[in-house]
Each structure stands twice: as C-alpha cells, then as structure tokens.
Design a protein around this ligand. Structure first.
Ligand code: SAH
Length: 363
C-alpha cells in the first residue's frame, strides 16, 4: 500500500474524517509524500501541460507585459519580478528573454521564485542558470523582500486547497473525507453557522456543493496589500469562473486524464477552478485596483500573439510552423484554453491600465 494512503487512513482512524481542504493539502503538499514534493508533473510524460510548456510565446508575451507595467510605474531603478508556483521555470525564462528587448528593464529587476517543491526548484534553477535577474527562491510570498513588485502567476491559485460545503436538508455542512475500510469516501461534517453562508447560496438545490478557498483568500489579500503599500502589479491566470455560485470543480488529473479526487492520494494532480469574482472582491477590499477578469484568449490577442507568431514563423521549418500554429490555437482558441482560462490584473491604485486591460476599465 502506498505510504500516503496508509498515513491518511491512520490519521482518519485516530482523529476522524478530514475536511476536503485538509485532504487536498495533504495530497499535494505533504512534506514527504505530497504530489508536488515528489515529482515534476508537467509535460507529455507527466500528468498535465500548462500554457508556458505549450509555447514560448506565452512567457514572452507575459515578459513584455511586465516590462510595460514597469514603464507605467515610472521605470523604477529596482523592481522585483516575482513568480509563485513557477513549475519548470519556463515562463520566467521566456519572459526574461523577451523583456531584455526593453531598455533598462533587465538591469532594474531581481527575480524571486516562490516554490515549495524541491524537485521543481531544481528544474527552475536549471532553466534560469544563465538568465539575468540573479534569481532567488522562497517558500512563501511573504518571504519576498519589500519593494515594488510585478507578480506573474499562471496556474498557481488552482493548486491551493479548497474547502467544500454540501447542502443537506437546506443546511450547509462542511464536506469531509472519511475511510470506509476499503476506500476514501465523502461524508458530511458539521453544519455551518448560517451567518457564514453567502446569500447567493440560498436557493441551491439539495446536495449542491460550494467551494471556498481560505488559501486563495490569504494569498490574494497578501498580494493586494503588498501592491498597495509598495507599488506594482500582479497578473493572475488560471482556469476558473467569473460569476460566483455553487458547483463542484475539484478535479484530479493523472496521465492527462480525469480521475477520482479521492483515489491515489499523492499520485495525481488535484486542482479546483478559481472563483475570480471572489479573488477580485478580496483584492478590492485590500485596496488594489482590479482589471478584468478577461479570457486568456483576449489577453494574448491584445498582447500581440498574432505578431509574435508571425515573427517566429520567419525562421521556422515546416514542422515548426505547424507547431507554432497549433500552439497558438491551443492558447487562444475558444474550445481550447482561450475561453476557460481567465486573466485578472491587480495594480497599485495609481497605476494606468495594464497592457491588455485598457478596454476593460478599472473596477
Ligand atoms: N506556473 C507553472 C506551474 C503550474 S503547476 C506553469 O504554468 O507551468 C503549480 C505550481 O505551483 C508548481 O510549481 C507547484 O510546485 C507550485 N505550488 C503548489 N502549491 C504551492 C504553494 N503553496 N506555494 C508555492 N508553490 C506552490
């Protein structure tokens, strides 16, 4: 029996069922056996693929986004370029290469990677070995030293644990994970205090599930407070929804296929869609200006993915040209990532609209 299965069974036997939040945290981040602690999950041979791994255009356009934001900040002498959850370091490597074309930006920036996985840290160190910005690594965003910051986060918020509530007999309960002697199963937990339950959940049908992430709340609140106090901007890209509501989005991926989130703890990726309306509200409450969310497709089109692809095609072989066209469709296509993925920008309230969000207006 895998070690994490045994340890989670034992923990449930001793202390009772876990919340879904505790389950997700243990599966992903257990220091010995958590999914991210033990492997590089990205790429064809792994469990899932992300935008920067699909094409260099993604990181390049985000690097130029960061450079233009820096200019909008008045081109300060020192700015921190921060990436939480940087995977293999591909996005940052591509971003730094593209941003080097903007005079002065490379000299002003210092790179800060926020990563808990020792395996992925090693991959990131290799990816950035020759890159400018003398990258440093941190366990949490709070450890990144003070100063104006530009923060890029792709598929980071979706990896943070969610609580699930389930509606039973018109009362919302915490949803738990129990073990029935054979497998892990969902079970209802304690009833929630009705004053905690937002109004839009009142008419949800019996058995509905609602997800809320204290970790997303803490991270977003922390980023927004930092930007307000010290200047800068953040770009958060993830799959998610723009209207608040009930619905279960916790999902497992293994070998590029959907799997049961309660099966094989520590051996498959677990994510939940990001509630962008919630993220925007949290950031707003902390004093940041918020822009969007807009779709990833709209963002990349406005940042000039068409021109970038045309430029790359100039030196491409036939096979490379097909790859570039395919990658572009995957990133912006409405049936691919273009619509499901959303982008939300947060800025210090005095900053102009960040690139791609000019037509959106500030909230
Ligand atoms: N942004 C990358 C990787 C996405 S996968 C890309 O687009 O390819 C999620 C990343 O978040 C991984 O690097 C994972 O190790 C990291 N991660 C997950 N939980 C984290 C946490 N609490 N703090 C810091 N990094 C975390």
């Amino acid at each position: 029996m895998p070690r994490l299965v045994k340890r989670l069974q034992e923990r449930i036997r001793q202390d009772g069922p876990l919340t879904v939040e505790q389950w997700m945290a243990a599966c992903l981040a257990d220091p010995q056996d958590g999914y991210y602690m033990t492997r590089d999950p990205l790429g064809r041979a792994g469990d899932f693929i992300t935008a920067p791994e699909i094409s260099q255009m993604f990181g390049e356009l985000l690097g130029l986004w960061a450079a233009v934001v820096w200019q909008g900040m008045g081109s300060p002498d020192a700015v921190r370029l921060v990436e939480p959850g940087p995977g293999r370091g591909t996005l940052m490597r591509d971003a730094l290469r593209a941003a080097a074309t903007v005079p002065g930006f490379t000299q002003a920036l210092s790179v800060h990677m926020v990563e808990t996985s020792p395996v992925l840290r090693r991959a990131q160190q290799a990816a950035l070995a020759d890159a400018p910005g003398s990258a440093r690594w941190h366990e949490t965003l709070a450890e990144v030293p003070d100063g104006p910051a530009i923060i890029l986060a792709n598929e980071f918020l979706d990896a943070l644990p969610v609580r699930q509530w389930v509606s039973l007999g018109n009362i919302w309960h915490e949803r738990m994970v129990d073990h029935d002697g054979r497998s892990f199963i969902y079970a209802p937990g304690a009833a929630l205090d009705p004053s905690q339950v937002p109004d839009f959940l009142e008419s949800a049908p019996e058995g509905s599930v609602f997800e809320v992430s204290p970790a997303v709340e803490a991270v977003t609140g922390g980023i927004a407070a930092r930007l307000c106090a010290q200047g800068g901007a953040a770009l958060l890209i993830d799959y998610g929804h723009t209207e608040r509501g009930h619905g279960e989005t916790l999902q497992a991926l293994k070998g590029h296929r959907f799997a049961d989130p309660l099966a094989e703890p520590g051996e498959q990726d677990l994510t939940a869609h990001v509630d962008f309306a919630f993220v925007r509200d949290i950031a707003h409450a902390a004093g940041a200006a918020t822009w969007g969310p807009i779709t990833q497709g709209a963002l990349l089109e406005r940042l000039g993915i068409a021109a970038r692809a045309t430029r790359l095609l100039l030196n491409a072989s036939k096979a490379q040209a097909e790859d570039i066209a395919r990658a572009r469709t995957r990133l912006v296509g409405a049936d691919d990532m273009g619509r499901l993925f959303k982008a939300l920008a947060l800025t210090h309230p005095a900053l102009p609209a960040p690139p791609g969000f000019e037509m959106t207006g500030e909230d």
